[in-house]
Design a protein around this ligand. Structure first.
Ligand code: ADP
Ligand code: ADP
Length: 230
């Protein structure tokens, strides 16, 4: 069964639709890059797939259930449990330490403080930033912040990670390091990833690249690694 699916999704904010009938199937454990020029609808598609926005027309399904018809609270619950969402600027809470930031989704899900802290430090360690556990975002580099934000997005072990330009604010080398870690950990967990990017270099980390143009799927291709049999 298809893991995540969009069928004929149309979404408009004004007179010109941002999405004009997008159909997309994502398999379990697949890493799909959604690419294309600025304004082509990438973020809107990600928001529709993640249940943040409701399509005007069309369907979004998760494990065969139409989530676009779910209530806001049901979709919000889905985003706290089976889905994880990561944005360009990690949006860490400035007042909290790295460990407190990463523990937050677990605390919201009802995990006890001690277990949440242990899991948070463990995830920071997987991203090579365990030493930052008690440091606040303001004292970290951009790359360190985004590693923490990625750890926070994965700490609940979501089945799908939605990442919108997750390395867009980082320099090339740091961006590639964070992305390599993200992809490695996603593969270890068999996490499905929908990765929005306008950079071909970033799309090359995916199994498949879906290129949007003017709110439609222009074409689909294999990611660079997949084409090398990696
Ligand atoms: P991308 O992520 O590819 O840059 P977006 O999905 O952000 O594209 O935007 C697609 C189109 O929808 C653009 O023309 C953009 O200006 C418009 N758009 C996006 N978000 C909004 C919004 N909240 N209100 C009005 N227009 C929007
Ligand atoms: P991205 O980098 O993902 O393409 P943008 O910089 O285009 O995002 O947009 C950032 C935020 O502004 C998003 O929340 C998007 O929905 C909103 N937005 C984009 N275009 C418009 C617009 N024309 N009017 C209002 N909001 C917009």
């Amino acid at each position: 069964m298809t893991h995540l699916q969009a069928r004929g999704v149309v979404k408009a904010y004004g007179p010109t639709p941002a999405l004009r009938g997008v159909t997309l199937d994502v398999a379990e454990g697949e890493i799909v890059a959604v690419s294309g020029p600025s304004g082509c609808g990438k973020s809107t598609l990600l928001h529709c797939l993640a249940g943040i926005l409701r399509p005007d027309v069309g369907e979004v399904s998760w494990r065969g259930d139409r989530i676009d018809t779910w209530s806001e609270s049901a979709r919000s619950r889905l985003r706290r449990t089976e889905f994880g969402v990561l944005f360009q600027f990690g949006q860490l809470v400035a007042e909290l330490t790295a460990a407190e930031n990463v523990a937050l989704p677990l605390l919201l899900a009802g995990t006890g403080r001690r277990a949440a802290r242990t899991a948070a430090v463990n995830w920071l360690d997987r991203f090579g930033v365990a030493e930052l556990a008690d440091v606040r975002p303001g004292e970290m580099s951009g790359g360190q912040q985004q590693r923490c934000a990625t750890a926070r997005a994965l700490v609940t072990e979501p089945r799908v990670l939605f990442a919108d330009e997750p390395t867009g604010a980082l320099d090339t080398l740091t961006g590639e390091q964070v992305l390599t870690q993200l992809v490695r950990l996603a593969r270890e967990q068999r996490t499905t990833v929908v990765l929005v990017t306008h950079e071909p270099r970033v799309a090359a980390y995916a199994d498949r690249e879906v290129v949007l143009r003017d709110g439609m799927v222009d074409h689909t291709g294999l990611g660079f690694e997949a084409s090398l049999g990696g």
